[in-house]
Structures are given as structure tokens and as C-alpha cells.
Design a binder for this molecule. Structure first.
Ligand SMILES: C[S@@+](CC[C@H](N)C(=O)[O-])C[C@H]1O[C@@H](n2cnc3c(N)ncnc32)[C@H](O)[C@@H]1O
Length: 398
């Protein structure tokens, strides 16, 4: 295997360090922190680009720490958390840098005219209340190995909630393709979702088993609101994260009158309709939700009965005039198909919630071309120990 030595200039969208190797190639380096001098084992090479993993840190960054998770180093290595080697403060700064980079380089937006801030810190450990897991050959549950499709069966995982950890340790599900675990931190309810055939064994008596989308559910609480979360429906990575997200979106809508129509696009089970949406109802306004997953829409109808929830792909939804939009698309972002209905609503304010930084860059560029400019950007640490960021961006119509 070829090696290179380089200085890491910056963090790239996707979480790898980026530097120029001795041959002048742009090199993406996993496990590297900006400012460091590192030796890299190259895994992919072409004339202009290369990719690799750090094998030795020659001059460390002050943000580098020894990973606390035993599975973040060595071989095989867990593919779950790619920033265990960065301090919590360092991770927050790097996420802001990645977001700025994506808006400037991908969205072609002048980032000097608004602030990109970090929201209040969220728990670093034991936060995830939902995970999707691979099933190993002996039926044990785990993740993928770093850079591979093979399973990795950890003895423990420091980012999952203890009620998830217990199920990961005791449950076996031979024959299944994958298994999801979802728990309610506030209620203690637990659900195991089997994907494919396979019969779970060792399941504690309190756990509900789901074999198909919508046949089971648990409850969680966010901002004092009880939410039903059914199998096959999306829910945020943790209730603390969901609550921080609601606070950030609420702040981005602070100056919008509550007497008009609020559109909750990609509404899922109605997290925003149930919390922020109730302010619109109290203010004499109305809430409209659009979501493609029928299981999520039936949750939304329970969680936010005051909202009108529609089952539709957002790109195919017939736009109506609204006064504000919350749009929280999946990882691929809005793309042109999701930007068009937003623009057609004529909303003066759009709050975009992005769970993929690259998609945020693309969506921001599209919204900018459609006549919206960015007012504020807040970065949330919903996925601590990883390079993923959740971003709340407020756009206003020119
Ligand atoms: C990131 S989740 C957000 C859900 C919700 N806002 C929340 O915070 O819980 C994205 C949601 O978009 C839905 N979705 C994905 N593609 C869609 C599409 N083309 N049209 C409408 N909804 C879609 C997914 O089913 C999922 O519920």
C-alpha cells in the first residue's frame, strides 16, 4: 500500500481532512484534523485526487484527543463514529467550518453577510434512541466495519441510550437482514423492528416486536408533547436533539405572525406540527403537513390533530399560498423537485432543516436562484462523535 505525508489544510464536506500530497494531488484523509501533519495510507489514487486513512500523526492538532470508544481504533474498526478522535469543542468548530464551506463552494453563496452559529451543546454520549443494525452471521446485532460492508459486532456502543445498548447486547435475530431498535427515553418503551425474515430471540418481555411498518409503536416526549413513533416512521436521533431542533426552528420563525398558514413539509410524524404548530392554532392560524410515508402521516394525525396532514410526495403536492414553510427533507435534500413547490407557495420565510451538509449547499444554491437569501444559519450537534451535522437555515424572500 502506498503512503503519503501531508499537512491537513481544512475539513472537507463529509468529514475527512483535506490536504495536498507531495505529488500535488488533492487528498481526502479519514481520521485527520485540520493543521495536522500526518502520514496517510492511500486507498484510492488518480492523477488529481487521492484518498486515504491516517496511519501516523506527526504533528497533532490541539483538537485531537484519544478516542474513548475502544472500537474507534484498531482492526476491524467500527464504521459508526468517524470523529471520536476530535474533542467536543473541536467537533463543533469543524461542523461550522463544513457548513460554511458547503454554502460557499457548493451553493456559491456569499457567507460573509450572515452569521453561522452553533446551537447549545448536546450530549456527547448515550444519546441515540434509535439505531438500524446489521445482523451478523450468528444473529448478533452490530454496525458495518469502517470502509467495508462487513458487519462489526461491538461489545458496547457509547453513543446509544442504555435501553438501546441492553437490546444490542442480549437480542439475536438469525435470518434477518437488519434490525432497528427505537426506544422512548421519556416513557421507557422499547421497540425492535425486524427487517426481512428471522425470528428475534432473547427479547426482554417489555419490548414490542414489529415485523412490518406501522404494526407497532412507542411514545416519546419532546417539549412536553407526547409523540407516537410507529415502526417504519422517522424520528430524530434523540429527544434532546429533537427538542433543540424545535427550539432552533421556533427561533427562526420568531418574527412570523401566528395567524397565517404554516406549512410543515416532509413532516414525518409531525414533530414541528405538534410543537411549534400549536402556536399557530393558538394564534388563529392553520397548519398544513405534507409527508410521503403513510405510517408517519397516521402518527402525525395523532400527534398533531390540529394540523391538516396530507400523504403526498412533496414534489407532487399541489401548492397553496402559505405564510411560512418548515422544510425538513431526507438526506438527499430538497433538490429542484422540492424547491419548486416551496417557491410556488409564495412564503416570505422558509426554514430549511438539513441533515446532510452537502445537500444544504445544493439546496441553498437552488433557493438563492429562486429568489431567497439566507438570513441566519444554526448548526446543531445532533450526531456527536460523527461528522454529521443538523443545520437550520432561515431564508427570506427578496
Ligand atoms: C428528516 S425526516 C423529517 C421528519 C420530521 N420533520 C421530523 O423532524 O421528525 C424527512 C421526512 O421526509 C419524508 N420524505 C422523504 N421523501 C419525501 C418526499 N419526496 N416527499 C415528502 N416526504 C418525504 C420521510 O418519510 C421523512 O419522514
Amino acid at each position: 500500500m502506498k503512503e503519503a505525508e501531508l499537512t491537513v489544510d481544512r475539513i472537507a464536506v463529509g468529514g475527512k481532512g483535506l490536504g495536498i500530497d507531495e505529488r500535488g494531488r488533492v487528498t481526502f484523509v479519514g481520521g485527520a484534523v485540520p493543521t495536522e501533519r500526518v502520514r496517510v495510507a492511500l486507498t484510492k489514487q488518480s492523477k488529481r485526487f487521492a484518498e486515504g486513512e491516517v496511519v501516523a500523526v506527526l504533528e497533532p492538532s490541539p483538537d485531537r484527543v484519544v478516542p474513548r470508544c475502544p472500537h474507534a481504533t484498531g482492526t476491524p474498526r467500527c464504521g459508526g463514529c468517524d470523529w471520536q478522535h476530535v474533542s467536543a469543542d473541536g467537533q463543533r468548530r469543524l461542523r461550522v467550518q463544513m457548513v460554511e464551506d458547503a454554502l460557499r463552494r457548493i451553493g456559491k453563496i456569499d457567507t460573509s453577510v450572515f452569521a453561522i452559529t452553533s446551537a447549545r451543546p448536546l450530549p456527547e454520549d448515550s444519546y441515540r434512541t434509535g439505531v438500524r443494525l446489521l445482523v451478523g452471521p450468528d444473529g448478533r446485532l452490530g454496525y458495518r466495519q469502517r470502509g467495508s460492508h462487513q458487519s462489526f459486532l461491538p461489545t458496547s456502543c457509547m453513543v446509544v441510550h442504555p435501553l438501546v445498548q441492553e437490546l444490542m447486547s442480549v437480542v439475536r435475530c438469525p435470518g434477518a437482514d437488519e434490525v432497528s431498535i427505537r426506544i422512548g427515553a421519556a416513557t421507557g418503551e422499547r421497540m425492535l423492528v425486524v427487517h426481512g425474515d428471522g425470528e428475534p430471540i432473547g427479547v426482554p418481555a417489555d419490548v414490542t416486536v414489529s415485523k412490518s411498518a406501522g404494526d407497532a409503536s412507542i411514545h416519546e416526549e419532546v417539549d412536553g408533547v407526547r409523540l407516537r413513533v410507529s415502526s417504519g416512521a422517522f424520528f430524530q436521533s434523540s429527544p434532546e436533539g429533537a427538542s433543540a431542533l424545535v427550539a432552533s426552528v421556533r427561533a427562526a420563525l420568531a418574527d412570523v405572525g401566528r395567524e397565517g398558514v404554516l406549512l410543515d413539509a416532509y413532516s414525518g410524524g409531525g414533530l414541528f406540527s405538534a410543537t411549534i404548530g400549536s402556536e399557530w392554532i393558538a394564534g388563529g392560524g392553520a397548519v398544513l403537513g405534507v409527508e410521503s410515508n403513510p405510517v408517519s402521516v397516521s402518527d402525525a394525525r395523532v400527534n398533531a390533530p390540529h394540523a391538516m396532514a396530507v400523504v403526498s410526495r412533496f414534489e407532487r403536492w399541489d401548492p397553496v399560498p402559505v405564510d411560512a414553510v418548515i422544510a425538513d427533507p431526507a438526506r438527499s435534500g430538497l433538490e429542484a423537485g422540492g424547491v419548486a413547490p416551496i417557491v410556488a407557495t409564495g412564503a416570505p420565510v422558509v426554514v430549511l432543516v438539513s441533515c446532510d451538509v452537502g445537500a444544504l449547499g445544493r439546496d441553498a444554491g437552488l433557493l438563492y436562484e429562486a429568489g431567497y437569501r439566507i438570513d441566519s444559519v444554526e448548526v446543531l450537534d445532533l450526531f456527536n462523535q460523527t461528522s454529521h451535522a443538523e443545520v437550520v437555515t432561515r431564508f427570506v424572500k427578496n
